[in-house]
Design a protein around this ligand. Structure first.
Ligand code: HEC
Length: 115
């Protein structure tokens, strides 16, 4: 009988670990977003700025003004590009674009803290 209880507890534990996976993936994704950003975007958008079109930066005020304050809108401009910003659809995968867009929005929400 005791062994059965142990077995059940063990199974429950495994289940809990299994259910934690998405949370773990999110943390990894967050770090990944930062990496993708420094590699592909920081050249023009260092610290959330924009060295080419200063007004079109990645601070929350500008993102709101140009209706870029959602992961969908950011992934859209990253995927297809716009004017002097090139498209990333051939260089980044959909999930990388998703990660970097989530990263940009969360950095904007926190006013671009240094990492
Ligand atoms: C060669 C320089 C350059 C690089 C590299 C670049 N961008 Fe841009 N980005 C721009 C320019 C220029 C604009 C303004 C486009 C326009 O509306 O005319 C822009 C606009 C944006 C906007 C909209 C900002 C706003 O206030 O409207 C977002 C979001 C953005 N970029 C994200 C990214 C991300 C994420 C990456 C990396 C995957 C990236 N950019 C890489 C030059 C660049």
């Amino acid at each position: 009988m005791k062994i059965l209880i142990k077995f059940i507890l063990f199974t429950v534990l495994l289940l809990i670990i299994y259910l934690q996976q998405p949370a773990l993936a999110d943390t990894v994704n967050g770090a990944n977003g930062a990496k993708i950003f420094s590699k592909n975007c920081a050249g023009c958008h260092i610290n959330g700025g924009n060295i080419i079109r200063r007004g079109k930066n990645l601070k929350m005020k500008a993102l709101k003004k140009y209706k870029m304050d959602s992961v969908e809108a950011i992934s859209n401009i990253v995927t297809y590009g716009k004017n002097n910003m090139s498209a990333y659809k051939d260089r980044l995968s959909e999930s990388e674009i998703q990660s970097v867009s989530t990263y940009v929005l969360s950095q904007a929400e926190n006013n671009w803290p240094k990492q």
